[in-house]
Design a protein around this ligand. Sequence first.
Ligand SMILES: [Zn+2]
Length: 137
Amino acid sequence: MVKRLLRWDEPTLDGVKLRCLRRVVRHTCPQCGVGALFDRWAHLRERCNHCGLIYRREDGAELGSMYLSATISQLFAAAVFVLLWVFTDFGAWDGFAVGAPIVLAFCYGFLPLSMALWTAIEYLTDIASGAWWARPR
Ligand SMILES: [Zn+2]
């Protein structure tokens, strides 16, 4: 059903998904792949400076990014603390002293990727629903 929304000369949705994900991992616009997603660390631009795609459409648009980041970070934290518990003989405070900085560094590093992935998810949702402004390139 989704593929019927695409014209015959447009790329398939699967191809668009892969291209879109590659672009956001490089922190570029999911639509054109040229414009930058961020103007500084973890600060999403309002729109693409090349094709005009609006990244931040309304207040709270990044709420999904926050949930994605929180979920992945909590899974990472659980993995770190389980690994420390299984493979070391650290006590609770030593484990916390070693694990907490690792988890905080991961959270800090993952935030832009989370925002980029959420921007891609919103863009792909717009394509699938046939939004007129979403034109895969
Ligand atoms: Zn763009």
